[in-house]
Design a protein around this ligand. Structure first.
Ligand code: NAG
Ligand code: NAG
Ligand code: NAG
Ligand code: NAG
Ligand code: NAG
Length: 441
């Protein structure tokens, strides 16, 4: 009990100190709202950011970003910028539900829904970061060894020359796996959950372990099976075990792919609409109500009952801001420790120095322009999700920013929203007073 109490009293002391001191950056323990000036940032670029990010929701020819068609880059988004434990900007723009079909016919105005700051987004691969924190907690507890082989936890994994793949390789995408399971887990060759789990464990590899960087969902499918094995708990329980005390009330896996009334209607109504998936990709896609809304967009995660290490989580920017601040606080939040300092250091340590453009901490990418724009740096940890989500944590400047969008509404083939991700990084860098160039589209 001693340590948490000590942190609590430290938080209170720091809180009373910070309130008035213009330009200071004393880290607090809990997020507060404040003006950009209160933490030494320029306000104007953050105001400009709102208009600029919103502009990408208007139909236009954005060249590559809209695949040379006249489309918006995304229908809408929710955004938060945090600096020195202070939320200095937060806004939502555009719509969370806009289209009546895959070709972009607009819903009648009365059925369109604005994006709001509490809109719940399908996190897609941002799920991997939450699986990573669950894994780091096991490393802290001594129940998971970064350098141990996967097969030492899951003996059935030791087939097809995979016996030397380590936990570290899963967390840095150097295991040798191809990008996706083949055939996909949602194909009818698999009838049961157990058969899909077995398919994950018996996948073949493409490259010798440790020899190449290749981003693969299989790494995080394997990792969550390891975590479930060593803890005897399900991944959704492991994630809830820290997101609940953090106060992240709108962060969850929709286990079982439920719809109302089984799934709470109040939450369902706040969820962003995603893709007309069957119309885009054909009848092999999971057969479910269209457009996809409320159940996970990722088909493999869908076939794993929505709970997988690579995708499946839903959250809001307000909730995920707390997750980011816990990491910037080096593992504590509001008087409670979630990760050791050493574990957080592993997020910002580049384990992939031998692969030039693929810097990677545990679970988080490092130094990536396509996620962070001009904010990218050696100790900038970030990730994107296929649906259009983005998370960036810049340790040196004590800053994070989140951009959650449903860019796959109505179709994944409409756009890439990297330009919007990079643009937000540009405006954040400008507010920090940096002389940077707007990203080229
Ligand atoms: C966003 O701002 C930049 C820099 O001012 C500008 O070049 C770009 O065209 C703007 N984007 C949109 C969609 O208006
Ligand atoms: C969009 O702009 C690109 C050049 O940037 C051009 O090649 C393409 O034809 C344009 N598309 C439309 C629909 O005008
Ligand atoms: C969408 O457009 C395509 C091509 O014009 C057409 O074949 C298809 O029927 C349309 N789908 C809907 C749902 O309107
Ligand atoms: C695993 O590593 C050991 C020791 O380096 C080596 O002898 C063995 O061939 C490796 N196995 C595979 C399948 O690569
Ligand atoms: C977290 O750790 C980093 C690296 O040691 C340090 O620079 C930073 O000041 C720490 N932040 C807090 C809030 O303790």
């Amino acid at each position: 009990m001693f340590l948490p109490l000590q942190i609590v009293s430290l938080c209170l002391a720091v809180l009373t100190l910070v309130g008035s001191s213009y330009g200071s950056c004393t880290p607090q323990c809990k997020l507060v709202h404040g003006s950009p000036a209160s933490v030494g940032l320029l306000a104007k670029p953050l105001h400009q950011a709102v208009a600029n990010i919103t502009a990408y929701t208007k139909p236009a020819n954005y060249s590559d970003a809209s695949y040379n068609e006249i489309h918006p880059v995304e229908p809408g988004s929710a955004n938060i910028v945090g600096h020195c434990s202070t939320i200095v900007a937060e806004w939502a723009d555009g719509k969370r539900n806009l289209y009546a079909d895959v070709n972009g016919t607009l819903l009648p105005p009365g059925q369109q829904e604005d994006a709001t700051i509490d809109t719940i987004y399908d996190m897609a691969s941002l799920t991997k970061l939450f699986t990573t924190v669950a894994a780091l907690q096991q490393i802290d507890a001594g129940t998971l060894d970064l350098y141990a082989t996967v097969a030492s936890y899951l003996p059935r994994f030791a087939v097809h020359a995979k016996e030397n793949i380590t936990i570290l390789m899963l967390l840095t995408h150097t295991s040798g796996f191809d990008a996706d399971p083949e055939p996909p887990l949602y194909y009818p060759v698999y009838k049961t959950y157990q058969q899909r789990v077995n398919a994950i464990l018996t996948q073949k590899i493409l490259n010798p372990p440790g020899s190449k960087f290749l981003y693969s969902d299989l790494n995080f499918m394997t990792l969550f099976l390891v975590l479930e094995k060593i803890t005897g708990k399900k991944l959704d329980e492991l994630v809830a075990a820290y997101t609940e005390p953090l106060g992240m009330k709108s962060t969850f896996f929709n286990r079982g792919n439920l719809y109302p009334p089984e799934f709470p209607k109040q939450s369902y109504n706040r969820m962003a609409t995603q893709e007309y998936q069957i119309a885009v990709l054909g009848p092999k896609e999971p057969q479910r109500p269209q457009p996809v809304r409320g159940t996970v967009h990722d088909e493999n995660a869908y076939s794993l009952n929505c709970v997988s290490g690579h995708a499946g989580l839903f959250s809001t920017v307000s909730d995920t801001a707390i997750f980011c601040q816990m990491i910037l606080n080096n593992g504590t939040y509001d008087g409670r420790r979630y990760l050791s300092q050493e574990a957080v250091d592993m997020i910002f340590h580049n384990y992939n120095k031998r692969f030039q453009d693929d810097s990677h901490g545990l679970g988080f990418e490092l130094n990536q322009y396509y996620t962070a724009g001009p904010m990218a740096g050696k100790r900038t940890a970030s990730h994107t999700g296929y649906t259009g989500t983005t998370l960036v944590i810049d340790r040196p400047s004590n800053t994070f920013f989140l951009h959650f969008a449903n860019r796959v509404h109505p179709s994944r083939e409409w756009s890439s929203n990297n330009i919007v991700r990079e643009a937000l990084g540009y405006w954040v860098a400008k507010s920090l007073g940096r002389d940077v160039e707007f990203p080229e589209s």
